[in-house]
Write a protein that binds this ligand. Structure first.
Ligand code: PLP
Length: 426
């Protein structure tokens, strides 16, 4: 395979002409495909349907606290749900609070509380001239949307295969008191599928922030979302590492069952130190009389324990794996050696991240759309929607059927080739 950049102008023009022909052929089919949505397919949702039968009109609806789950009570989550989520999040049960149906909502709430009431007694962020967050990039657009919404300035920190550039993180947080947080997706990251190395986690736990109200927003959304039985990433547990480092309050850990059972109808939780939880509960007690305990009970009884959940995730993986393999095989087969893009093969999570030649991502996404394929908007993986290199594209293989995904991948690689050839030809 000759790299495009090593071809003569004539050779590359010839290639481009043939690609144009193929593109017009595909476009004529009037397809409607979507690789933008990081959500489970119907087949995956069907895996959890048994959960709908767990609670019936005949069920005993008392939780371990002896409280009737149909009624008010138990502010921070029923015991059995706490145990399940604590095991999933690898923290002691006492360090967890169960919320409602969305971890993103918990993250929003956490930032909002810090803005209005501060963090464990510190000045509310809204009273400060400047508040900044570090944002490992590429990252999750909805994280960036929260900090943008509150007028928090975002600073890009490049990702490496080991996690965020820790030299930069250490330097910035130790020098700048206005840096109050960092967004992290530490396992099977969105969008690259990177898991932070032990060294990275260790360095996070040992940060020496200038701001005493600096917090690591550790969004472990994909904690048990492995694609393979034999190749799994392992992430050092941050709460314990922070405690050992003498920084017990420095981290909030978030997770949910969104991509385990039903997104939007799962259960979410925060895990944090005792000190942080006191702060959090002070707000929670005003905010609600309690979250949906029936849903908590349904989840806890359906899975029984963490092994039930892990087994369930193996079934999810069986559906997801061929889809990830299809994307990766197509990228390897069609783009390998052309030197017009790079990508990583994740071992879990929901996404594959593609880096095109600089200045090509927007054009590739637009080209794919012309042929009926919707991709996540280029730039979405960066704060303010601005990818300084216009290079990163997030691929979400989960939602389409395998058949549709195969066609979508062909359109994608065709779009990459066409746009790259055009760019090189100038
Ligand atoms: N965090 C990450 C990293 C995600 O990718 C997503 C969904 O794509 C979420 C959080 C959303 O989680 P929830 O449904 O619990 O709000």
């Amino acid at each position: 395979m000759t790299a495009y950049k090593d071809m003569t102008k004539e050779e590359l023009s010839g290639v481009k002409e043939e690609l144009e022909r193929q593109f017009q052929e595909v476009k004529a089919k009037g397809l409607k495909l979507d690789m933008s949505r990081g959500k489970p397919s119907t087949e995956q949702l069907d895996l959890s349907m048994g959960m709908m039968d767990v609670l019936t009109s005949k069920s005993d609806l008392k939780c371990t606290e002896g409280v009737d789950c149909r009624n008010y009570g138990v502010l921070d989550g029923i015991g059995e749900a706490k145990q399940l989520l604590a095991d999933m999040m690898e923290v002691p049960k006492d360090n967890i609070v169960i919320y409602g149906n969305s971890s993103l909502n918990v993250m929003y709430d956490t930032v909002a509380r810090s803005m209005t009431h501060g963090v464990m007694g510190s000045t509310p962020w809204s009273k400060l001239d400047k508040v900044k967050f570090l944002c490992p990039v590429p990252g999750y657009d909805r994280h960036f949307a929260i900090t943008e919404f509150f007028g928090i300035e975002m600073i890009n920190v490049p990702m490496t295969p080991e996690g965020p550039d820790m030299d930069m993180v250490e330097k910035l947080v130790s020098e700048d008191e206005s840096i109050k947080g960092i967004w992290c997706v530490p396992k099977y990251s969105n969008p690259q599928g990177i898991t932070y190395s032990d060294e990275t986690v260790y360095r996070f736990a040992n940060l020496k922030p200038a701001a005493k109200d600096f917090r690591i927003y550790w969004d472990n959304a994909y904690t048990i979302h492995h694609l393979y039985d034999d190749k799994q990433d392992y992430l050092l547990e941050i709460l314990m590492e922070c405690k050992k480092a003498g920084n017990p309050d420095m981290v909030y850990k978030f997770s949910s069952t969104s991509k385990i059972t039903f997104p939007g109808s799962g259960i979410a939780a925060i895990a944090a130190s005792e000190g942080n939880l006191v702060d959090i509960k002070r707000q929670l007690t005003i905010q609600t009389i309690g979250h949906d305990k029936l849903n908590q009970l349904r989840h806890a009884r359906y899975f029984k324990n963490i092994s039930g959940m892990v087994n369930h995730m193996k079934k999810q993986a069986e559906i997801l794996r061929p889809k990830f393999d299809t994307v990766l095989e197509t990228l390897d087969r069609e783009l390998g050696g052309l030197e017009i893009g790079s990508w990583m093969a994740p071992r879990g999570g929901y996404f594959i991240s593609f880096d095109a030649m600089d200045g090509c991502a927007k054009a590739i996404v637009a080209k794919a759309k012309e042929a009926g394929l919707v991709m996540t908007g280029a730039g979405a993986t960066f704060p303010y929607g601005k990818d300084p290199h216009d290079s990163n594209i997030r691929i979400a293989p989960s939602y389409p059927t395998l058949e549709d995904l195969k066609v979508a991948c062909e359109i994608f690689v065709l779009s990459v080739k066409l746009v790259s050839a055009q760019k090189l030809l100038g």
